[in-house]
Design a protein around this ligand. Sequence first.
Ligand code: AMP
Length: 426
Amino acid sequence: MREMIQLIRGFKDILPGEAELWQHIEKTAVALFEAYGFSEIRLPLLEKSELFARSIGEDTDIVEKEMYTFPDRKGDLVTLRPEATASIVRSYIQHKLYAQDPVQKFYTIGPMFRRERPQKGRYRQFYQINAEVLGVDSALIDAQLIFMLVTLFSRLAVKDVEVHLNSLGCPSCRPEFKAALSGFLSGLKEKLCADCVRRSGRNPLRVLDCKVPSCRDAMAGAPSLLDFLCTDCSTHFQTVQDALGGLHVPFTINSRLVRGLDYYTRTTFEIQTRSQGAQNAIAGGGRYDGLIRLLGGPDTPAIGFAIGFDRLVETAGLNRSDFIKKPDVFVAALGEKSTRSAFDWSCALGLAGITVEMDPGGKSLKSLMKRADRLGAAYVAIIGENELDKGEVLLRNMATKEQNALPLAGIAERIAAIVRAGTMRP
Ligand code: AMP
């Protein structure tokens, strides 16, 4: 045998048996988002590299170390998207969606690419479920997005969900905080990792979310952004908290939560679950009131979140086997002529919306019945040369073991009616 080609490290296959759970989660999320007026937007996986450098920020881990960036055949630098917000904003501006309605609500689901160190819960191709609201400044929408997240996680039986909340201020109050933070950092240079030392001058906020343990320890006494919020930001943040209280969503204020992307302003949040070990953030998001202008659009406030789909699958308290589809009918045909007859009406059954499985491989009744059992078929339709001569099909209810001979003429309609009614005598 020739050497087998394996998938790339940090990438994975989602096989049948697991994919059904992904589908269920996706359907649950879509139903919830659509109830709140979100529409789907589908975006390319490949964008100009500049889009991410400008939006996520040059000093971030994602842009500095993690992007899959390469020159295409003409030498233009392109990047496999590491996140979706930048593309959503690009699309909103490019198609002037704000001219149709200044308020746009989108959701999108798909793969993202970051060349991080792979481990459980962290992949190089991973999936996100995004929801974004563009054109709304009100803090109530911030609370509504968090409420949607918590509702989704509860519908998917995710346990021990915690909402962590912070405000990152705005361009009028953040500079003062940055100055205070820079002052604090200037006394810490020997204790910080090389990345933090380099970033502390240009972008001191990034030091707050460094994952290196010694940097975390060194930052324990860092000034809190919440002490620097201007009146507008402070009122906005208070409204988010009051609205969450009104919706009975518990949360914890975490003034260290800055998230790994530069574009966030005001409300930022992360949803964590204690059941997931080190990779415990299952969703994160926040406001990005300056991003649309930064990317060449009108001055428009916006907010959104991204759910880590892979981590959601790992933490959802759902049973995989409950979602595996079982055939309504397994057709067991014996002999060549019966197989040809069964082939025709099993195709008709599929057209009628009945899940049908037929094994045309000329196997014995015993092995066909075994397979029907393994697949969990509700009914087995048996036709051998004998039944064919008599113009009959035997239909067996696998749960009750009841078995009836049915006329071959009009068999597809008859079986479809039995399956739909759930009884042998519809
Ligand atoms: P971010 O886009 O960094 O704000 O991440 C939002 C969510 O995506 C996180 O809370 C994680 O659940 C998920 N996520 C981010 N990076 C990865 C990764 N490399 N593998 C799996 N999930 C990830």
